[in-house]
Design a protein around this ligand. Sequence first.
Ligand code: SF4
Length: 321
Amino acid sequence: MRAFSYEKATDPAQAAARAAAVEGARFIAGGTNLVDLMKLEIERPGHLIDVTGLGLDGIAETGDGGLRIGALVSNTALAADMRVRRDYAVLARALVAGASGQLRNKATTGGNLLQRTRCPYFYDTAQACNKRDPGSGCAALSKGAFSRQLGIIGTSEHCIATHPSDMAVAMRILDAEVETVKPSGTTRRIPIADFHLLPGETPHRETALEPGELITAVTLPAPVGGRHAYHKARDRASYAFALVSVALIRQPDGSGRVALGGVAPKPWRSAEADAELPNGARAVIARLLEGARPTAENAFKIPLAERTLAALMANAPIAEE
Ligand code: SF4
């Protein structure tokens, strides 16, 4: 691990300004991903700005009936909040599907959105990786590469990594917004659909955040009701990242929403696929994964997504089924 300097921030705007002013600075909160990456020298920040003292750890009701979740609310606290369990059950279920109890105690709402891919080649500094080292190539696309865990849609010829977060998939189906403060002190709200970027030619650029910009909260709109479900298909029963995860909200009239994790560089959802819900899981997945470009190793994710959604629909029936 390389040497770094450290400071503890006391004000969000000041923290953002410092992050923009100090070369190589990174924010740190729970550190559940960043510290691992620093030990492996994949992340090599020269300066850490500790944001845990910023008081961004509350969950408050908003004027329009939604919830405002502070960026420092732990995954454990968010999953246990009675308002989340009652009105946003898909989020509570996605949260408890992630990581382990110890990690969820430390991991924060803001940090969860910013966690890096678990592509095995990203973590192996002897391998080419455009995300870790722009322009170096992509070992995951080389002949015989291990791509079972990697993406099937939204990828590019420069990177086929997936985003690993379960929480973000639920945030996507709930149409959350990410609140930030910029180094100038101005604030903005970024729809979760626009927060994570597709890799294109620049896989090292993963979010819409500008240099120094700090996540301060995530806002959920008023509850949409319906039956909520989340299932994560993975290689072992716990403490593993998704091969495919499916978030589902179904309304009594048969309409609803679907979002997928484990298949793309961001939580994957479309209004066109949502509209296919009354026609069944096969129609939804065919529309949602239209244009998918799986590798030979991960083509199984398409039928797995369909079967997982079909099982969730069977377990969360609407009244007339
Ligand atoms: Fe790196 Fe992306 Fe290729 Fe994985 S898929 S090696 S993260 S460029």
